[in-house]
Design a protein around this ligand. Structure first.
Ligand code: SAM
Length: 529
């Protein structure tokens, strides 16, 4: 049975109407597919595809969903992996993906790069598509994956309503080393007869909904590992969702404490030009904070954008980014209830102020009402230099959003890539970073946002200024909803605000000490009972 026979069989069993082929070459397969609508993508102009661009580019601009997608582009594991993950986002309910070349013919046929001298005979070049296939099998319990033992291995992927696939340990280092037998036993091979039997009925149309994947994301460098660990620990108590912890330039030993929690997934991000300067300041209480006017701080904070991009590209449907110095409340998962408001940019949180202020030499700066009340003069805002760079007039300035808590989905990827590029551009171009982007990636986020809109989350956190006492105070009746630090003498200088609805508070922010975090978590656990 050829790849085309397999695709046509799936089309007729499911009544599919639309088909996308990634990597079309001489259209041998494409011209054999019978379906109402079919389009193809290939960056090589000689292939005369409908879209003469790479699949990555195609998925950035595409807005159409398909019933069946054939992944047969560049046979490198990382490309194939991205093609599958992107295809999943554009699949109609009940749809499926077919991946070609999952079963390499021999050791030579899967070598990267392609060795032309080897292929001069009749043998095919399968590339290391098998690595992508097995990686997805180990990562995605929500996907049903079979590989038909025909035409170099045709993998079929559909959403499943019951947990599938295998545990990560099942494959071990076989992922990296070629071993024919272990690959064959790990792809979930089925015969052609099995295929005909298993796929004769339509796939379950509702399965995609049942398997919606949501996760938390945070990021840290080696100085903040213990802080990120507090967050992971608190989430493990109040949520059953995973947290992806992106560790910037950390060693395996440094990330070890994070690996003991079953809700954490640790990823290392390598930042080649990270400045190695001291940017942490300790208070007498043992709490600490980053020094803002420091290049390393700018670099580390900018990588939060890389973390968001990477999580979405891994295929998570909805992602909630939390700064590592957040602690979950018992209702933390309710953040995802706001996802209906996402359009095409991540939702940042309303902050304590509607503009960003800093205290310099004992004086507040950045207040647009200074000497201009009641009309704001937005050129006094700290974001003004960056607004000028992006050509934004003072009137276009919207509400100031913080980036410590953000909610997003894959529709936000275009914005996130622009944000990441802008952070890199600003670092390369301006020597005076504290003036251009005093709140680093957050300043840049706001300015980019004002170019297209100003939606976001309500104020959904409080700043913890006095450890467990702040938490107790919050839950008691002594502070009422709607309190702002500047309203009441007692809260002066505490950077404190309580939303109009106390239930909006989903995380506590700013406590970094393990001992205090532990007290807070156990207090919240008692409260939950
Ligand atoms: C194995 S051939 C496709 C064969 C075709 N699907 C068939 O079955 O008849 C791989 C094709 O992928 C294309 N390709 C290479 N890089 C690509 C990319 N990044 N995105 C999409 N296609 C790519 C190549 O130009 C080539 O035409």
């Amino acid at each position: 049975m050829s790849r085309s026979d397999i695709i046509n069989y799936l089309i007729s069993a499911n009544g599919y109407k639309s088909f996308l082929e990634i990597g079309v070459q001489g259209k041998i397969n494409f011209s054999s597919i019978s379906i109402d609508r079919k389009i193809c993508v290939d960056p090589d102009p000689s292939r005369e595809a409908d879209f003469i661009i790479s699949s990555d580019k195609f998925f950035e601009v595409n807005r159409e969903n398909f019933d069946i997608i054939f992944v047969d582009g560049l046979h490198h594991a990382d490309f194939c992996y991205r093609d599958v993950i992107n295809s999943l986002k554009f699949l109609n309910p009940g749809g499926c993906i077919v991946v070609h070349d999952v079963m390499p013919y021999s050791y030579e046929s899967q070598l990267i790069p392609f060795d032309k001298s080897y292929s001069s005979g009749s043998a095919a070049w399968n590339g290391d598509v098998w690595k992508a296939w097995i990686k997805i099998r180990t990562e995605r319990k929500d996907l049903l994956m079979h590989c038909v033992d025909s035409d170099w291995g045709c993998g079929i992927i559909s959403f499943s309503s019951v947990p599938c696939n295998m545990d990560i340990d099942d494959f071990n280092d076989g992922y990296y080393k070629y071993n024919h037998d272990s690959i064959m036993s790990s792809v979930n091979r089925i015969s052609v007869d099995d295929f005909v039997e298993i796929y004769k009925n339509p796939l379950i149309p509702g399965a995609k909904k049942l398997s919606e994947r949501k996760c938390y994301v945070t990021h840290t460098d080696r100085n903040y590992i213990s802080v990120a660990e507090n967050l992971v620990r608190s989430l493990s108590q109040f949520s059953d969702k995973k947290i992806l912890v992106y560790c910037v330039n950390c060693t395996e030993d440094e990330v070890a404490p994070l690996l003991k929690y079953s809700n954490s997934i640790v990823r290392i991000l390598d930042l080649l030009d990270l400045v190695d300067s001291q940017n942490i300041k300790y208070e007498d209480s043992g709490n600490f904070y980053v020094e803002r006017a420091n290049r390393r701080t700018y670099q580390i904070l900018s990588t939060k954008v890389n973390a968001m991009e990477s999580a979405l590209e891994e295929g998570w449907d909805e992602v909630c980014y939390l700064d590592s110095d957040c602690l979950a409340t018992p209702i933390v998962d309710e953040i995802f209830n706001w996802s209906g408001s996402i359009t095409n940019y991540p939702l940042g949180t309303e902050g304590i102020h509607n503009y960003m202020l800093i205290i310099k030499d004992g004086k507040q700066i950045g207040n647009p009402f200074e000497n201009s009340w009641p009309e704001p003069d937005n050129t006094l805002c700290l974001e003004w230099p960056m607004m000028e760079v992006f050509g934004i007039s003072p009137e276009r300035r919207g509400k100031y959003r913080t980036t410590g808590i953000m909610l997003m989905n894959h529709k936000c990827l275009g914005f996130i890539k622009k944000w990441k590029n802008a952070c890199e551009m600003v670092e390369r171009t301006f020597t005076d970073l504290p003036r251009m982007a005093p709140f680093h990636e957050e300043t840049i986020f706001n300015v980019l946002l004002w170019m297209i809109g100003d939606g976001g989350l309500p104020l959904c956190y409080i700043n913890v200024s006095d450890g467990l006492n702040t938490i107790k105070e919050f839950y008691s009746d002594s502070v009422s909803a709607g309190t702002r630090s500047w309203d009441e003498e007692v809260h002066q200088n505490r950077f404190f605000a309580i939303p109009e609805d106390k239930n909006h508070v989903k995380v506590f922010h700013g406590e970094k000490r393990k001992s205090e975090a532990d007290k807070i978590i156990s207090y919240l656990l008692d409260l939950k009972k």
